[in-house]
Design a protein around this ligand. Structure first.
Ligand code: APR
Length: 309
């Protein structure tokens, strides 16, 4: 049976995700946005590219949620993006309201869907979606680690002048300044980067990774990154749609894993047809664990702050 994915928010991230989903012929795609004409226009434009791109995915756009009925996955990108000088946390109040109302509509029509949250501040928005949906933790997943790790991978490849395809990397923790790039688990053709670069060079790349989103906001000035965020969300969707069981770093609801409870934090998970099928526990050093817990504290502060707005 043809799979169906709804993308809520037909802006930069949402429309790019729709394009990648269709061009990889992973599913039919419904784009939803609050602005009249935008999702319909972008879906039609993408459908008209299909003969050239050679895919038969069906694309539709709508301003209401009926068209999204019975989606296997709903990717939520609705909200406002960052502007220069803004942190992801500055989006809290506005995006909280948006994610709440979007989730309410989504679950009416797709009670069995898996939700992939993209809107920022990511970890807090995952909490909103989980609370509003009442979905089990396996079916609410945040997109952050795949993006942050891809940034780290791109920087490592550039620094060492090797193919990006040879690079694996792991960035855990919250999707903010406290995220935790893990050099020990970042490899070039299987060799940890700790054996290939000085600690100083690695720290330079890790810092650039932590500031990866802000670097793009600074360049674009009118919005935030969208090509890589869309790619990351689609890699997660693909693993679920094809039941590939890929291990990917995602924001998942933890209940004791890594010593963290009741919080969405980025950790490696196995993604398959049931969503988060397993949380992978890594053997972290004391220093790595400390950094992850520090990041969890920052997420907790954000969640606490959200209750007040
Ligand atoms: N329902 C549906 N769509 C909405 C709603 C809503 N209640 N509120 C806003 N939108 C839509 C906007 O109309 C816009 O088309 O969400 C879209 C957001 O698109 P952009 O402004 O282009 O933002 P984008 O770069 O796609 O980022 C979206 O993802 O990466 C995060 O921080 C980023 O939170 C931001 C989100």
């Amino acid at each position: 049976m043809v799979k169906k994915v709804t993308v809520v928010g037909a802006g930069n991230v949402g429309a790019t995700a729709a394009q990648r989903l269709a061009e990889k012929e992973l599913c039919d795609v419904v784009l939803i946005d609050i602005i009249e004409g935008i999702p319909q226009g972008k879906a039609l434009d993408l459908a008209e590219a299909a003969p050239i791109e050679k895919h038969d995915a069906h694309l539709a756009g709508a301003n209401n949620y009926e068209a999204s009925a019975n989606s296997d996955i709903v990717i939520i990108t609705a909200g406002i993006p960052r502007k220069p000088g803004m942190s992801r946390d500055n989006l809290l109040a506005t995006n909280k309201g948006i994610i709440k109302s979007v989730t309410k509509e989504v679950i009416k029509y797709s009670p069995k869907a898996i939700l992939i949250i993209v809107s920022n501040p990511l970890d807090a928005m995952c909490h909103v979606a989980m609370e509003e949906s009442g979905f089990p933790k396996q079916r609410v997943i945040g997109m952050a680690g795949v993006l942050d790790s891809a940034r780290f991978r791109a920087f490592i490849a550039e620094e060492l002048n090797v193919s990006v395809e040879n690079i694996q990397a792991l960035v855990l923790g919250g999707h903010g300044d406290t995220m935790v790039p893990l050099p020990r688990f970042s490899t070039v053709a299987g060799v940890p980067i700790t054996e290939l670069m000085s600690a100083k060079r690695i720290e330079k790349l890790a810092t650039r990774t932590r500031n990866g989103g802000a670097e793009i906001v600074g360049l674009l000035k009118t919005g935030s990154a969208y090509y890589a965020p869309a790619s990351a969300a689609v890699e997660m969707a693909e693993s679920i749609l094809k039941d590939k069981k890929k291990i990917l770093p995602c924001a998942a609801y933890l209940e004791g894993e890594y010593g963290i409870s009741g919080l969405f934090v980025g950790v490696p998970v196995k993604l398959g047809k049931n969503g988060v099928e397993e949380i992978i526990s890594l053997n972290l050093t004391a220093e790595e664990k400390k950094a992850l817990l520090k990041s969890a504290v920052a997420v907790q502060e954000l969640v606490d702050a959200m209750k007040k707005v």
